[in-house]
Structure formats: C-alpha cells, structure tokens
Design a protein around this ligand. Structure first.
Ligand code: NDP
Length: 446
C-alpha cells in the first residue's frame, strides 16, 4: 500500500519533470517518509494533498543578458520557483552557480517548503537562481548581472508575496546589488530581500545564522547522547557562509574543527582551523582554500574533495553542496567512530548514506532541520522590517536558539509518534508535511 503510493507519485513526477534527478530524489525521500501518514489520514489522499504539493504553484524562467568588462554581451538564465504559499509568503534563497538548472531550483524549492514549516515562522517555500558564475567576475560585472536579473524578477516578488535571500554564490554583495535595483524599479524601500546589510534593513546574526543554527541543533543531538562539543573532532566541508560560521560556533563551544574545503580540494589542520586566515582568504580576497597552507605551513592541502570524509572525526557537518557524501563516505565515517552528522548543506548525503547513518545509530540531522536557522533568521529579518526596528545581536541569537530547539523537538516528536524513533530524517519530513498539509486543507483546493 505504502510502496504503491510512492511509486504512483514518482511515476507522475518523473514523467512531468523529465531530466531532473535531484528533484526526483527530494520528492521520493519525502514521499517515503509520509506514505504511512497518508495511509492513516484518508482525507490527505482524497484531497490529493501530496499530488498538489509536488507541483509548484508558479515557475518563472527568464533571460538575463548583461555586458562583461570587455564589452561583450553575455546571456544567462534566471529561475524562480514559487512552490507553496500555504503558510505565508514564498521564501527561499537565490543560488548563482554554473550547475543551476530548473531541476536544482525545484529540488531546493521543494525542500524549502518543509524546512520553512519546521521553523515555526509564517513563510511559504520557494527558490531561485541562475547559471551565472560569480567566481572570477569583477564587482562591476556582478553588479550588472544582478541588475539585469532583478529587472525581470522584481515584477514577481514583494514583501508580502515572495522574499528571496542568498544561497551558494549570493552573499551580502549580491543582495546589495539586487536590493538597489529593486528599490529603483519599485520606488519602495521594503523588506523584499533578506540578508541585507546591517545598516540598511538587515538583521543581526543573519550572516552567522545557518552555521550557528547547525551547531545549536547538533548540540541537542549530542546532549541526547549524554555528551557535548568539548574536545570533539569535527570535519566540515565547504568554506562558504555556512561552513565558516559553523566552524566559529563549534570552536566557541570547545570543538576542534580540522577540515574545510572548496570544489578543488580540502585542507587539514591538526591544530584546528584558524578562522581568521580562512575569512581573510574567502571573505576579503575571495580566494581558494588551498591558499590556507601558505599562512599555516603545518596544515596540508589535498586536491581531491571526495576523500574529506576519510579524515577521522566525531562529528561531520557537510556544508558544501548536494550529494557530496555518498555511501562509501558514510561507511568510512561510521568505521572511524563518527557519532553525529548534521547537514549544513541541502541534501548533501545520498539516500544510501542516510540509511547507513540511521542503521548505525549515528545521530543524523537532515538539512531541512539542521540548516533551517538561516531561513528562520530571514523570517526574523522580515519581522524586524515590518516593525521598522532592529533587535540586538543577543535578542536574535536567543530567538535563533529557541527556533532550533523547536525544530529539533518537532522532528523527534513526529519520529516517535509515527513509529520511527530516532529517525530525524523521517521526523522532519512528517512534521513539516503535516503542518503544510493541514493548512492546504483549511484553504481549499487552490
Ligand atoms: P557559499 O557560496 O558561501 O559557499 C559554498 C561552498 O561550497 C564553497 O566552499 C564552494 O566551493 C562549495 N561548493 C559549492 N558547490 C560545490 C560543488 N559542486 N562541489 C564542491 N564544493 C562546492 O554557499 P553557502 O555556504 O551559503 O551554502 C552552502 C550550502 O548550504 C548549500 O547547499 C546551500 O544551499 C546551503 N544552505 C545555505 C544557507 C545560507 O543561509 N547561506 C541556508 C541553508 C542552506 P567553491 O568556491 O569551489 O564553489
């Protein structure tokens, strides 16, 4: 019965969305978790709630022409998938990376629905981006691209409609250029984007939120095992926004972070990652992680991103990109004694890897719970923009910790209630799904 539901859903999704394996993977994972719930609640099947959920409410594709510094015209693609607005205005990041195509945006937008539901804040789910690569581009090129991108996007978003934020390749610089163009075109200064600069509508902690939130929720998992961060060896992948602030918070709590990476390779520093050096390279010079060993000769650089998971650790925080941690890596982590995995990135572990972690009783926290601190703090930024007021660093940090605790509690409670105790992947999917599904039923067939 359960299996038939999943196969029937996947049959339709695969035919309607050909060539989008990441989206299929994300839908299957949720369908498998909620099939038993749908068996128990016949109105969910009768009202075809899941069938409606997998179909975005709106998909926007557009041309983004811009001129490079040599005067050549370049053409990229822009995407915004407004997936579900049952709980509030669409909310989700923009990703600028050459790998972006409609299937990536749909997988991220679909995940975002459930993640946003778990935050306890009133926001729907969406995602967007472009196949534009900001790496190696001048500030003026990035600005011209962002202005062209927003020249189309502005007609589809708004503070009560759809509120984008950053993701891979979109940081404060890009949000600034996007916001400036939105303001010019709309002649309004509103909270239409989050991740804004602190002096022009941004929130304290938004920059740190995803990494800090990740560490806060893993703290709960460690506490359930009767331990904490003190003295733990931590392997983190990526060296962007999420990885940097996860490193900072883990170190503040007494952990030893020994790796960081980018798409070329990874560094190992047995003395613990020196975050000032990393921030100088990544945030100031916009350089590559290999440059770390120039400043820290005791560290090593390995030009093979895949083997980062063979570095022994107690806790692993994959924080780069989707499907970066497969079954081979999961077996290695388990064999090396890893006790907890928190997903900073979206869907970084393959389905086989997740199954292995859960079978081995590794505390596994899926991305839609573990990295929810970023969007939750974006929702707090929206609240502050509506109030036209800025809360203090400590205020926002306290709220973020409260939200991450609530996310963890909802996931564990749903896992317990639906016969999967300890399986937070299932718990996150079920808790997020039920909240959205109930709202969709209340609001009728729209
Ligand atoms: P950044 O652009 O700041 O950093 C991304 C990091 O991941 C870089 O080190 C980058 O290396 C690496 N990376 C990207 N693509 C690949 C790839 N194909 N293979 C190997 N490494 C890669 O992005 P964020 O830190 O913001 O995002 C990281 C992850 O966290 C993403 O999955 C994102 O969706 C997720 N996330 C981010 C949130 C946020 O608030 N920023 C919120 C929730 C989730 P390189 O420079 O070589 O590309």
């Amino acid at each position: 019965m359960t299996h038939a539901f999943v196969e029937q859903i996947m049959g339709t999704v695969e035919v309607r969305n050909p060539g989008e394996p990441e989206f299929h993977q994300a839908v299957r994972e949720v369908a498998e978790s909620v099939a038993g719930v749908i068996d128990q609640r016949p109105e969910l099947a009768r009202l075809r709630v899941f069938e409606r959920l997998v179909e975005p409410e709106r998909q926007i594709l557009f041309r983004v022409p811009w001129t490079d510094d040599a005067g050549q015209v370049q053409v990229n693609r822009g995407f915004r998938v407004e997936f579900n607005s049952a709980l509030g205005p669409y909310k989700g990041g923009l990703r600028f990376h050459p790998s972006v195509y409609l299937g990536i945006v749909k997988f991220l937008g679909f995940e975002q629905i459930f993640k946003n539901a778990l935050t306890t804040t009133p926001i729907g789910g969406s995602k967007g981006g472009s196949d534009f690569d900001p790496k190696g581009k001048s500030n003026m090129e990035v600005m011209r691209f962002c202005q062209s991108f927003m020249s189309e996007l502005f007609r589809h978003i708004g503070p009560d409609t759809d509120v984008p934020a950053g993701d891979i390749g979109v940081g404060t610089r890009e949000i600034g250029y996007l916001f400036g163009q939105y303001k010019k075109l709309s002649n309004t200064f509103t909270g239409v984007l989050t991740g804004k600069g602190l002096d022009w509508g941004g929130s304290h902690i938004r920059t740190e939120a995803t990494g800090y939130g990740l560490v806060y929720i893993v703290t709960r998992a460690l506490a359930d095992r009767g331990t904490d961060w003190a003295g733990k060896r931590v392997v983190i992948s990526g060296s962007g926004n999420v990885a940097i602030y996860a490193t900072q918070k883990a170190q503040q709590l007494g952990a030893m972070v020994v790796t960081l990476s980018d798409s070329d390779g990874y560094i190992v520093d047995e003395d613990g990652i020196d975050l000032d050096t990393v921030r100088q390279i990544k945030e100031v010079r916009r350089g590559r992680i290999r440059e770390y060993v120039d400043a820290r000769p005791g560290a090593t650089y390995i030009e093979d991103g895949d083997s980062i998971w063979s570095v022994p650790c107690d806790v692993a925080l994959p924080s780069a990109t989707q499907n970066e941690l497969d079954d081979v890596a999961a077996r290695t982590l388990i064999a090396n004694g890893c006790i907890a995995v928190g997903e900073g990135a979206n869907m970084p572990s393959t389905p086989d890897a997740v199954d292995l972690f859960i079978d081995a009783c590794v505390s596994f926290i899926p991305g839609k719970a573990a990295n929810a601190g970023g969007v939750a703090t974006s929702a707090l930024e929206m609240s502050q923009n509506s109030l036209r007021f800025q809360w203090t660093f400590d205020d926002v940090d306290r709220r973020l910790q409260g939200i991450m605790n609530a996310v963890y509690d909802q996931c564990t409670a749903a896992a317990d209630a639906y016969g999967a105790p300890g399986d937070l992947a299932a718990g996150a999917n079920i808790a997020g799904f039920l909240k959205v599904a109930n709202a969709m039923i209340d609001q009728g067939v729209v």
